[in-house]
Design a binder for this molecule. Structure first.
Ligand code: ADQ
Length: 744
């Protein structure tokens, strides 16, 4: 109940009580006044007629009756009677009520002294005709002898009438006052509310007046304490699945999250031996899968495996990981036209080259874009079907779903949507190439938070918003404001799980070194280099092979002693540019192998196939150097995986300066992959690096990746989401209150 209404009820009850008391007091007082007045009147009336009454007492009954009639000319005196001291009625007026006989009155007055100022006796009583006041006044002769009493009966109906009038007046006054009080209360409440709202708005706008200062100070102190505790907590406890779970429990009451990503974490493929489960070669999957195992929830993805449909229930759900079943994958089915337009066309021939500075022209076709819109809608709908509240937490992943955040927002206005863009965001000029740049940016701005790997990508995104959108940019908080909505733009450098669970299945470094060399049929002291990528032109595989060639050219002592293994997972094979790359990489490897060929020696081992994670980690362990040569890369998880694999604190990482990882792993040998000579020098340095220097660099990198692992990445995003959601819930309530207040 509103406070003003409560106040009014209390006020009116108080007034009613006061009116009752007031009426009782007034009635009592007026009665006393009337009583005194009547006694005085009675005495005066008898006194004025006293001589005549005494003269006619027991002598002339007719004259005595006339005297009494004279007294009763006062219309309020109903009747009068004259009684002797022995109770005989000498005379009475016509209307004198017979209820008051002389003996009944005399018994009250017998002992009373004759008094000129007051009646000997009086009372008020109720007769069938109404209320009357009876008074008996003693009458004495001139000698002072007692003659008898004169009884006067006053009609009190006028008094009752006056009392009724008083009551009505009081009631009227009560209603008038109540009405006034209600109006005043409402007016006061409205004025107080308006001024409170004004104060609140002013306070929220950061301009608190004195009344609000203490409150805001308390709120700020609380916030500071919370953030201090968070910082302390972050500094003392390593991020792990358990900590991520407890963070979710603490901040989101353990609520499940919904992930939207194109790639599914487990693919069911039909093979000659039955259905096999594959783990796709994808940085996004490598990062998010451990997070989902820790948090549970739903992963909405394209069902791309040949046996995928056989494994799901009628809702497209399959519980994963096989055997553990801690979360659900919701598979969305795409027809060939949709897959061609949305995935191969717009996403991978348009956006992928647009966002990577790798010198492949983006191709933008209207038909592809139409499919992109259609498929984004399809996935957005699937996400909305999977949520279990009207303000869920949804993590949208990558460039396949730039439009989905806005589409989800339209259906779930209160959702907390965090979109993470796994690839670089180029500068505004380059984004301007895309014919649908405004739509893409508007789609992303449907998110509560848009995340990138680096601050540079955040800056580029904000500049693009500035260049193409109608919006306000809050550079202080790195946010884009459109109407009442705000989208935060934040760097969240992605990482890998720590420790990597796949390592449990991987042989030790010593065993891996031996077994891999044995398989390659090279001597146990052969120096090995490793490269692990999807076969993609952004990864700089051609430049990498060229650097190996240059190394052998410039460092002859390594010929016959150094082999570089390139694991290349087939990727986007339907796209011509990837075919072309495949052919070029194979040709280049063959050319280098031919150039440096010697009996039993192959400088390049190109393994053009998908490898399961445990196999990839075995190669990391077997290698002396890992070369990541991306021409442009959001983060590059291969670099971090190599570091994670090396619990022997050996091995050197040579890392492209154009990866996000180069900002994190500063102890790597950082190179420009286009500078083939420099890269070859770095490879030579790595292969000759003393063991203690390797250990020092590796220790530092392991400590960084261990601390800044994927649980921290996810934890920071989800905590930000939780904080944002709390704020939105509060401001939603406040908004409802404010708009209610304004409407009132
Ligand atoms: P990707 O371009 O896929 O990821 P990356 O980060 O290097 O690039 O991750 C590749 C993943 O695939 C790694 O987990 C790796 O082990 C695996 N992989 C590579 N080759 C493989 C092979 N032959 N067989 C099996 N597995 C293989 C995108 C962005 C990156 C960003 C990630 C995560 O392009 O910049 O780091 O998302 O955000």
């Amino acid at each position: 109940m509103p406070r003003a209404a409560k106040f009014l009820i209390v006020l009116l009850s108080g007034m009613a009580l006061l009116t009752l008391i007031g009426y009782a007091v007034i009635a009592q007082t007026t009665r006393e006044w009337f009583d005194a007045d009547l006694r005085l009147r009675s005495r005066l009336a008898v006194a004025s007629a006293g001589q005549s009454l005494a003269a006619n007492w027991q002598l002339d009954a007719a004259k005595l009756t006339a005297d009494l009639a004279n007294i009763t000319r006062d219309e309020r005196i109903m009747g009068a009677a004259a009684c002797t001291t022995d109770g005989q009625m000498l005379a009475s007026t016509e209307a004198y009520p017979r209820d008051f006989s002389c003996p009944s009155v005399l018994k009250h007055v017998r002992d009373a002294a004759v008094d000129a100022t007051t009646p000997a006796w009086s009372m008020t009583t109720e007769l069938p005709s109404g209320r009357v006041h009876v008074s008996a006044i003693k009458l004495a002769a001139g000698s002072g002898d007692m003659l008898g009493v004169v009884i006067l009966v006053h009609d009190l109906s006028y008094v009752s009438r006056r009392e009724a009038t008083t009551r009505e007046l009081l009631l009227g006054a009560f209603f008038v006052l109540s009405l006034g009080a209600s109006l005043v209360t409402l007016l006061a409440a409205r004025m107080a509310w308006t001024s409170w709202m004004r104060e609140l708005r002013r306070a929220l706008a950061g301009n608190p007046t004195s009344e609000f200062r203490p409150l805001l100070r308390d709120v700020r102190a609380l916030m500071e304490r919370m953030s201090r505790e968070r910082e302390q907590d972050a500094g003392t406890v390593a991020w792990s699945p358990a900590r991520l779970r407890s963070t979710l429990m603490q901040h989101l009451q353990g609520e499940r999250i919904v992930i939207l990503a194109n790639r599914e974490p487990y693919i069911h493929e039909r093979t000659a031996d039955g259905v096999r489960v594959l783990h796709p070669a994808s940085g996004l999957v490598s990062a998010l899968e451990p997070v989902m195992r820790a948090c549970s929830g739903v992963w909405v993805a394209h069902g791309s495996g040949s046996a995928d449909r056989e494994m799901v229930d009628d809702k497209g759900h399959v519980h994963v990981p096989p055997g553990e079943e801690s979360y659900v994958v919701r598979r969305v089915w795409l027809n060939e036209q949709e897959e061609n337009g949305y995935y191969y066309g717009f996403s991978n021939e348009g956006l992928w080259p647009l966002c990577h500075v790798a010198h492949t022209r983006p191709l933008f076709r209207a038909d592809d874009y139409a499919q992109y819109v259609r498929v984004n809608r399809k996935f957005a709908d699937a996400v909305c079907e999977e949520v279990d509240s009207d303000d869920p937490i949804i993590l949208v992943q990558d460039y396949h779903f730039a439009l989905a955040p806005k589409m989800i927002r339209e259906r779930l206005p209160r959702a907390t949507i965090i979109t993470f863009w796994h690839i670089p965001w180029p500068n505004a000029e380059r984004i301007g190439i895309c014919p649908w740049r405004e739509e893409l940016i508007a789609g992303l701005l449907g998110s509560s938070v848009v995340g990138f790997h680096t601050q540079q990508h955040c800056n580029n995104f904000i500049d693009s918003v500035d260049a193409f959108m109608e919006s306000r940019i809050d550079r202080e908080t790195n946010a884009v404001v459109q109407g009442a909505r705000k989208t935060l733009v934040r760097p969240y450098p992605i990482s890998i799980e720590w420790p990597v669970h796949w390592l449990q299945e991987v042989p030790t470094v010593a065993e891996a070194r031996m077994s891999v060399r044995r398989e390659l049929e090279v001597s146990p002291d052969t120096l090995l280099g490793i490269g692990v990528d999807r076969l993609d032109y952004t990864k700089g595989i051609e430049e990498r092979l060229a650097a190996v060639n240059e190394l052998l050219l410039r460092y002859p002592d390594l010929r016959g002693r150094f082999t570089f293994i390139q694991l290349a997972a087939p990727s986007r094979t339907k796209i011509a540019r990837y075919h072309e790359l495949n052919e070029r990489v194979h040709a280049l490897a063959a050319e280098i192998n031919e150039r440096w060929a010697a009996p039993g020696y192959r400088p390049i081992v190109l393994l053009h196939s998908h490898h399961e994670p445990a196999a990839v980690f075995r190669y990391y362990r077997a290698a002396d150097v890992c070369y990541v040569s991306s021409l442009h890369d959001g983060m590059n998880l291969v670099a971090k995986e190599f570091v994670a694999a090396r619990d022997d604190e050996r091995g050197v990482l040579v890392l492209s300066q154009f990866t996000g990882a180069a900002r994190d792993l500063t102890e790597a040998l950082i190179v420009n992959p286009y500078d083939i000579r420099q890269a070859s020098d770095a490879l030579a340095t790595a292969l000759r690096m003393p063991a203690d220097e390797q250990a020092e660099r590796m220790r530092a990198m392991r400590s960084f990746v261990g601390e800044f692992n994927v649980y921290r990445w996810a934890g920071r995003m989800l905590v930000d989401a939780a904080v944002l959601r709390r704020k939105e819930r509060v401001s939603g309530r406040l908004g409802a209150v404010l708009s209610g207040g304004e409407a009132a």
